[in-house]
Design a protein around this ligand. Sequence first.
Ligand code: NI
Length: 253
Amino acid sequence: MIFDTHAHYDDEAFDLDRDELLKGMHKDGVAFIVNVGASMDSTQKALDLAHRYPFLYAAVGVHPSESGGLTGKDIAWLKEKAAEPKVVAIGEIGLDYYWSEPDKAIQKKWFEEQLQLAGETGLPIIVHSRDAAQDTLEILKGWRKDLTKGVIHCFSYTKEIAREYLNMDYYFGIGGVLTFKNAKKLIEAVEYIPMNRILLETDCPYLAPEPYRGKRNQSTYLDLVAERISVIKGVSKEEIFTQTVQNAKDFYF
Ligand code: NI
């Protein structure tokens, strides 16, 4: 059984076969999917998908790179949607300094506005953090008491940063990147992170694992990620599935 904790099936990469693909994967053992919002538009689409498929849930939120045009009205709308029964998290939210736009101050402002929303609704957060390790950590430390739970999506930092998040009881989203040739730093982090803090995620259509790297990703490919984790942790793949499904249920439900 697979729980894909971070997917973007609203993406146009799935426009031609979304329905067929989702129904087929569910039959093939993908028991749960959380479709994560990244903009106002994709949040609406995530909600539509959650209404359509019983096994699919939604996270509402706006990605830092999409936060440039946000308004207070948008936050009020997100808050209203966050109350829907199939909404299980606020995300993805955070900081992305890989891209120079929008500027850091704007990204921080809307990150904190959405952290406030998570605090008010009691929902867990899905954090996107790229090339912004220190600022993300600092902000999340400041909000620690106001938030329930959080996951660092597509964790890409060092073991030392992982330790800081473990001290705050965070979870770690692990996906296809673990199978890439240059994954040494991430393998070290996965060796270090306890099994009960790992969530499997695709971030599909992006970040397909080897040997599908560069192609369209999908939830069934998490089998290859679980395989890799099982080698790193020295336990069976079945055990990895059982534990990560339990972790995801603890986290979202
Ligand atoms: Ni994502």
